[in-house]
Design a binder for this molecule. Structure first.
Ligand code: ATP
Ligand code: MG
Length: 718
């Protein structure tokens, strides 16, 4: 009797099975959205472990998000039980590389307990470096240098390897020196930035072939998801690790490459065949995620891109609901309408967990948060460092970092006078120059300075208070549970009291956030593990069980799926982004289009696309016209909702008593030209003095193409 088929193979189609069962040799799975690439990769991982081809610890599996890694771990765990705990090298590039680097840190001059800096720390450090080089930060902003250094690291360039012409990209040829100074400073701080995690490993692999050989031996199999978004240094790292055994399986989709701004190179897909000759290329064509209309809409948009590898996609779920396209008056109305629609979905039995709102830029989430809070609709914001980016959280983390990591100057700097302890700028400068002169960490310098009479008595007292506090907390590290110690630190430092005394509107929220922070810490083994998590985590997910609408950026949504997806702000200048329009070239526009493709293909059952006629961007009202991508949606797959666009009256009702709305006429054009023309068409007389007039595209019928009526919104004082 033949063995029954293992569970992880059941239900996979023929090419997916091939991707699972071709365990030996290089394999590239190249396929469109929702065709089961990640599913096949997960089954492959299970297969390797279940058939004992490798121990969990002998497999390197790279996913795009921590969440994806956990999901994979969970699925594999269902098949193989506790053995899944041995998957030490399953995670994002960053998490896997940081784990490796901790083992070999001394080979690049770091200690194994190095700190991982985030962008904010990085910028502060760069500012100091720029100042120390006597350059004008106003003309040569740290942000620009930071961007360059990231780019260089993503390309695998250390300061020594930096090509000559690149060093001229900043401060007339001083780019390399500043980069080198920055690296030296990081080492002195026992710190690494995100780019270093991989770059240091590459350096180690080059200089210490024995270390490389050890990993090449160890990793019998290498698995990579979202391969189209790997950058050069990730690519080099993978290639080195897989070069020996060549059992590497990458899955990806060139149409979903959306990180070229962060150095991703879709060319890595094309190069695969050269680096791994004889690679087996497997194509998956059946989409299991979405309905026919959703696929049709997404396919129509992406078809406008050039230079695609080209893929077929079909689904058995023919038909379904067409994609809804709606024009609304402004951002608040967009949020209002979506809130109502989600409540409708809820009444029909959809869980809020099956609903997502995908934005192009972070600033767009605010409007939804406001609305959902006011109607009591549970939601979560996923992606970025939102929670950990808040000032109070960063302050608290700085306290914890100083305690965990004595050499962490940036953290020390952040808290030394927060809350205010009466340390003036002069004293702080004195502290800095003392630390520099002695080449010691700020904490040590502070301790030493308080022994002298170099500082005014008040400053000396304040500084010595901080130094003693830190020493005491450090002494308690091993005795107290770390979350408890964290609470103690926030109390004893006076940080909690500072917010309690604060009368501003946000103070209460900040105190809540701090509580949330110490609560979250309990989930981690110790302080170091928690701090690592904070530095690495890409998403801020709440674990409690209430169903919630997910609000996230299109970038963060990659690889995920939801029954109902709202794609919002499809307006020129929002999506495609203003930056992509300013750059003018086709490349950035095509990347935006791929982002549109990623967005639409997240939907399983129903997709909605919204655009507003007016948008408040960073406090400024601007009138907007529908995104060109709206115009690219094939007619047969969309339903244009006329209940909104029919109703100039509806918009009128939404106006405040300081605004009026006038129909100016109808146009058929698409460019910004006609909104300007409408404005020139004459502003109707208003009763009060005119404050501001804005022409607005108000679409009737098929937005972006025909029957566009142009309205004028006039603000006047009463
Ligand atoms: P993306 O390009 O968005 O990352 P993907 O190619 O990785 O998508 P998956 O996320 O693996 O696709 O799968 C999409 C959906 O299809 C999932 O809900 C998955 O469970 C389902 N699926 C995958 N393979 C099959 C199959 N053979 N039969 C039925 N459903 C499948
Ligand atoms: Mg996937």
């Amino acid at each position: 009797v033949p063995n029954p088929e293992p569970g992880y193979l059941r239900g996979l189609n023929a090419p997916q099975r091939e991707a699972v069962l071709t365990t030996e040799g290089p394999v590239l799975v190249l396929a469109g959205a929702g065709t089961g690439k990640t599913s096949a990769l997960t089954a492959r991982l299970t297969h390797l472990v279940a058939t004992r081809k490798a121990w969990p610890s002998e497999i390197l599996a790279v996913t795009f998000t921590n969440k994806a890694a956990r999901e994979m771990q969970h699925r594999v765990g269902r098949m193989i039980g506790d053995a899944v705990e041995g998957m030490q090298f399953l995670g994002t590039f960053h998490s896997v590389a940081s784990r490796m680097l901790r083992r070999h840190a001394e080979l690049v001059g770091l200690k194994s307990n190095f700190t991982i800096l985030d962008t904010d720390d990085q910028l502060r450090l760069l500012k100091q470096i720029i100042a120390a080089a006597d350059l004008d930060e106003k003309r040569l902003p740290a942000r620009v240098l930071g961007g360059l250094i990231d780019k260089w690291k993503n390309r695998g360039w250390t300061p020594e390897k930096l090509p000559e012409d690149e060093t001229f990209a900043f401060a007339d040829g001083r780019g390399r020196d500043l980069y080198a100074a920055y690296q030296a400073r990081l080492l002195a701080l026992n710190a690494a930035d995100f780019g270093d995690l991989l770059l240091h490993m590459l350096t180690i692999f080059m200089k210490h072939p024995d270390v490389l050989a050890q990993y090449q031996q160890r990793f019998k199999y290498v698995l990579v998801d979202e391969y189209q978004d790997t950058n050069v240094s990730q690519y080099l790292w993978l290639r080195l690790l897989a070069q020996e055994r060549k059992n590497i399986c990458c899955v990806g989709d060139d149409d979903q490459s959306i990180y070229s701004w962060r150095g991703a190179e879709v060319a890595n897909i094309l190069r695969f065949d050269q680096d791994f000759p004889g690679a087996k290329v497997i194509r998956l064509e059946q989409n299991y995620r979405s309905t026919g209309h959703i696929l049709g809409a997404a396919g129509g948009v992406i078809a406008k891109n050039s230079g695609r590898l080209g893929k077929e996609l079909w689904t058995e779920a023919e038909g379904g609901e067409k994609v809804s396209v709606l024009g609304v008056w402004d951002g608040p109305e967009e949020a209002r309408w979506i809130g109502d629609e989600i409540e409708k979905l809820q009444r029909q039995g959809h869980s809020l967990n099956d609903v997502a709102i995908l934005v192009r830029a972070q600033f767009q989430t605010r409007e939804f948060e406001d609305r959902f809070i006011s109607i009591g609709l549970p939601y979560k914001i996923v992606g970025g460092f939102r929670f950990y980016e808040r000032a109070e959280i960063r302050d608290a983390l700085a306290y914890f970092r100083v305690v965990a990591q004595p050499a962490d100057d940036l953290a020390f700097e952040r808290i030394v006078n927060t809350p205010k302890r009466g340390l003036g700028d002069k004293s702080l400068q004195r502290l800095h120059s003392y630390a520099r002169a002695q080449n010691i960490a700020l904490t040590s310098a502070a301790a030493a300075l308080t022994e002298t009479d170099e500082l005014p008595a008040a400053a000396r007292r304040a500084l010595s208070g901080v130094v003693q506090d830190i020493a005491r907390w450090r002494g308690q590290l091993d005795d107290l549970p770390h979350a408890e110690l964290a609470r103690l630190i926030l109390e004893e430092s006076g940080y909690i009291a500072m917010w309690q005394a604060d009368r501003s509107a946000e103070a209460a929220g900040r105190l809540e956030n701090l509580q949330e922070l110490t609560r979250a810490m309990e989930e981690y083994e110790n302080l170091a593990a928690f701090l690592d998590h904070v530095a690495l985590v890409m998403e801020n997910e709440q674990s409690d069980a209430t169903a919630k609408v997910t609000i996230m950026t299109l970038h963060a949504a990659k690889g995920l799926e939801f029954d109902n997806v709202f794609l919002v702000g499809w307006e020129e200048g929002v999506f495609p982004s203003q930056r992509s329009l300013d750059e003018g070239g086709n490349a950035s526009l095509e990347e935006e289009r791929r982002l549109a493709y990623v967005g639409i293909t997240r939907a399983k059952r129903k997709a909605y696309i919204l655009h507003a006629a007016n948008r408040r961007i960073y406090g400024q009202w601007t009138s907007s016209i529908p995104s060109r991508f709206v115009g690219e949606l094939p007619d047969e797959h969309i339903d244009v909702d006329t209940t909104m666009s029919g109703g100039a009256s509806l918009w009128r009702a939404a106006l405040s008593d300081r605004e009026s709305f006038f129909d100016v006429g109808r146009g058929t054009g698409r460019g910004p030209g006609w909104s300007r023309a409408a404005a020139q068409g004459g502003i109707p007389k208003t009763r009060g003095p005119l404050l501001e007039a804005k022409a607005s595209a108000v679409s009737v019928g098929n937005p972006g193409r025909k029957d566009v009526s142009v309205g004028l919104r006039v603000f006047h004082s009463k």
